[in-house]
Write a protein that binds this ligand. Structure first.
Ligand code: B12
Ligand code: SF4
Length: 495
C-alpha cells in the first residue's frame, strides 16, 4: 500500500510567520505532527510520502503514485483541504481525512471515503484491519480518548527537517480548565493525559539522532495540565539536555497559573525552556469571569513578570469581543501588553468554535450567524452577534495591532522582555558560521537597509548589542518576528 500524507496550506496569518521565516532560510514554522503520528500508526511495510503544502507543491506524480491519500486539517486549512480532496478524487484516489477540523466541524465536509473523528491511536489500527477484510467503514469515531502510552514516536524522518524552523513533540493532551470559548476541552478532554518519561526521552533521542538542533515546541494544550507528572518529567528532561549539550531550545504552551509555582518554573528553566505561550485573553475581570477563566486571577502583569524572571520569554494570546468588554477595551489591552513586555502578543477577535460552551450559549441566545469560525484572525469577521458594534470592534482591534506592532513600541517591548529574562539558561549556538552569517546579512539588508523603519531597527540593534550581546541571535529572531507582524498588519489591519 502506498500512502500519500498531505498537510493543506495555511493562509497567511500571524501564526504562519511567513514574513519572518525567509530570514533563516526556512519555509514553514512547524511540521504537521498529527500526520507524522498517523504515519507511525500505519503498518511498517506500507510505503509513505509526506507533502506539506506549506513547504512544497502537490505534484501530480505524487498523487498518481499513491493508492490512498491521508489528509489532516485545522479549521484555517479548510479551503486548501477542499482543493486537495477535489484534486485527488479527480484521479480516483481513496481519500481519508482526520484532524481537529474534521473532528469538530458541523459543516459539510469534502467528499472523502473515510473520516476519522477524534484521536486515531485505536481507530487507525482498526481501519487497517477492516481494509484488509474489505469492511472499511465510512466514519471512524474514537469511542474514548486513548491513553498516550499508545502513541508511537512520530515518523519525524518523513519530513524535510531543514524546511522547518522548529520541530514538535507532544507530552500531554487535554486541559483541566473550562474556558468557555475553548474547543481543546471538547476535542481532547478535561483530564490531561500524558506520555511516560521514557516515551518523551525516546522522542528527544529520535530527533537528536536525526541531527535536529534548535527550537523544539512541546505542543501541549497546557503543558502543566497534569502538574504531578510534569514535576516528575522535568528533572529527567534537564538531565537529558545537559548530557547532550542542550541541543534543544524548548517552547511550550501553559496556563498562566504557572506563575504560582516557583519550583516548577525553576525546573522548566533548568530543562531549557526559553519561551512559553500563555492564554491571558484580557485584563478585564468581568470578561475573564464571563470566559470562565478563573485561573487568570490577581495581578496578571505580576504573573507575567514572575515567569520572565525565570528567564522564560512570555508569548500570549489576547481576545477582544467579550460581552463584558468595556468601550475602552482596546486602550486597556494595549496598556497591558506594554506593561507586561510581551513581544509576541497574538490578539484575536472572539469567535465561537463549534461545540464549545460559548457556541452552545450563543445558540441558546439565538446569536449564532450560522457559520463556523474561520480561525483566521486577519479576516476580521464574527460568526455571532456581538454586544458591541462589530465595525467598532474591528476598528479597535486594528488599532491594537497597528499600535503594538509599530516598530518603536515593538522594539521597546523586546528590550524590556530581554531585560526581564536575563536569567535565561545560556542558549548554545546552533548556527554554523555560514548559516549565521547568511541570516545576519538577510536581516541587515531587509530591516537595516531597505525597510523604511530602518532607523528604529538600528536603534534597537545598538541597544541589543550593548546590553544583550550574548543573546544577539534571540534579538534578531524577535526583530524578524516583529517584521512579520508589521507586514501582516499593514496588509490586513488598515481601518
Ligand atoms: C502546534 C499547534 C499549532 C502550530 C502548527 C501546527 C502544525 N503545523 O500542524 C501553530 C502554532 C502554527 C498553530 C497555529 C494555529 N492553530 Co493550532 N494547534 C497546535 C496544537 C497545540 C498542537 C497540534 C499538534 O501537533 N497536535 C499533536 C497531534 C498528534 O495531534 P492531532 O493533530 O490532533 O492528531 C491526532 C488526531 O487528530 C488524528 N489525526 C490528525 N490528522 C489526521 C489525519 C488523518 C488522515 C487521520 C486518520 C487522523 C488524523 O490522529 C492524530 C493522533 O491521534 C493544537 C492543539 C492540539 N492538542 O492538537 C492546536 C490547534 C490544532 N490549533 C488550533 C488553532 C485554532 C490554530 C490557529 C487558527 C490559532 C489562531 N487563531 O491563529 C492557528 C492557525 C495556523 C495558521 N498558520 O494560520 C485549534 C484548531 C481548532 C479547529 N477546530 O480546527 C487547535 C485544536 C487548538 C485550539 N483550540 O486553539 N497551531
Ligand atoms: S487554559 Fe487554555 S487549553 Fe485550558 S481550557 Fe482554557 S483556553 Fe483551553
Amino acid at each position: 500500500m502506498k500512502v500519500l500524507l498531505i498537510n493543506p496550506e495555511f493562509p497567511d496569518t500571524y501564526w504562519s510567520f511567513r514574513h519572518a521565516l525567509p530570514f533563516e532560510g526556512k519555509r514553514c514554522a512547524f511540521p504537521p505532527l498529527g500526520l507524522l503520528t498517523v504515519s507511525a500508526l500505519l503498518p511498517k511495510e506500507w510505503e509513505r510520502r509526506l507533502v506539506d503544502l506549506n513547504v512544497e507543491k502537490l505534484k501530480t506524480a505524487d498523487i498518481e503514485w499513491a493508492d490512498m491519500i491521508f489528509a489532516t486539517a485545522m479549521l484555517v486549512q479548510k479551503q486548501s483541504l477542499r482543493e486537495v480532496v477535489k484534486r485527488c478524487k479527480s484521479y480516483g484516489k481513496r481519500v481519508v481525512l482526520g484532524g481537529p477540523y474534521v473532528t469538530s466541524t458541523r459543516e459539510e465536509l469534502p467528499p472523502a471515503d473515510h473520516l476519522f473523528r477524534g484521536e486515531a491511536e485505536t481507530t487507525l489500527p482498526q481501519f487497517v484491519a477492516d481494509l484488509a477484510n474489505g469492511t472499511a467503514k465510512a466514519v471512524y469515531e474514537a469511542p474514548e480518548r486513548p491513553a498516550l502510552s499508545t502513541t508511537p514516536i512520530a515518523d519525524f524522518g518523513l519530513a524535510n527537517l531543514k524546511a522547518y524552523s522548529a520541530m514538535s513533540v507532544q507530552y500531554s493532551r487535554g486541559c483541566p480548565f473550562s474556558c468557555e470559548f475553548c474547543d481543546i476541552i471538547e476535542i481532547y478532554g478535561r483530564v490531561p493525559r500524558t506520555k511516560s518519561n521514557q516515551q518523551m526521552l525516546a522522542e528527544f533521542d529520535a530527533l537528536y539522532d536525526l541531527k535536529w538542533r534548535g527550537n523544539l515546541f512541546i505542543v501541549d494544550d497546557n503543558f502543566i495540565g497534569n502538574k504531578k507528572n510534569v514535576r516528575n518529567l522535568l528533572p529527567e528532561l534537564a538531565k537529558w539536555q545537559k548530557d547532550h549539550g542542550y541541543p534543544f531550545t524548548l517552547i511550550t504552551e501553559s496556563s498562566l497559573n504557572l506563575a504560582d509555582d516557583d519550583a516548577l518554573l525553576a525546573s522548566m528553566r533548568d530543562a531549557g525552556f526559553h519561551r512559553v505561550f500563555v492564554g491571558i485573553e484580557t485584563p478585564v475581570e468581568e470578561s475573564l469571569h464571563e470566559a470562565q477563566k478563573s485561573q487568570n486571577r490577581g495581578d496578571l502583569v505580576s504573573s507575567v513578570k514572575k515567569i520572565q524572571s525565570y528567564g522564560i520569554e512570555v508569548m500570549a494570546g489576547f481576545i477582544v469581543g467579550f460581552d463584558n468588554d468595556p468601550v475602552d477595551i482596546f486602550e486597556r489591552q494595549i496598556d497591558f501588553i506594554r506593561r507586561s513586555a510581551i513581544p509576541l502578543a497574538m490578539v484575536g477577535l472572539l469567535n465561537a468554535l463549534p461545540d464549545t460552551q460559548l457556541w452552545k450559549r450563543l445558540e441558546r441566545e439565538g446569536r449564532l450567524l450560522g457559520e463556523d469560525a474561520t480561525g483566521n484572525n486577519t479576516v476580521c469577521t464574527f460568526n455571532f452577534k456581538t454586544r458591541m458594534d462589530p465595525a467598532y470592534l474591528v476598528q479597535g482591534y486594528q488599532t491594537i495591532m497597528r499600535t503594538i506592532y509599530s516598530p518603536r513600541e515593538y522594539y521597546e517591548r523586546v528590550l524590556d522582555s530581554m531585560r526581564r529574562t536575563k536569567d535565561q539558561l545560556a542558549e548554545p549556538n546552533h548556527y554554523t558560521m555560514i548559516r549565521g552569517f547568511t541570516t545576519l546579512t538577510r536581516v541587515f539588508f531587509t530591516l537595516g537597509i531597505i525597510d523604511r523603519e530602518r532607523r528604529e531597527f538600528w536603534r534597537f540593534f545598538t541597544h541589543a548589542l550593548l546590553k544583550h550581546r550574548a543573546r544577539l541571535a534571540d534579538s534578531l529572531r524577535l526583530a524578524a518576528c516583529g517584521y512579520h507582524f508589521r507586514k501582516l498588519t499593514e496588509a490586513y489591519g488598515q481601518a
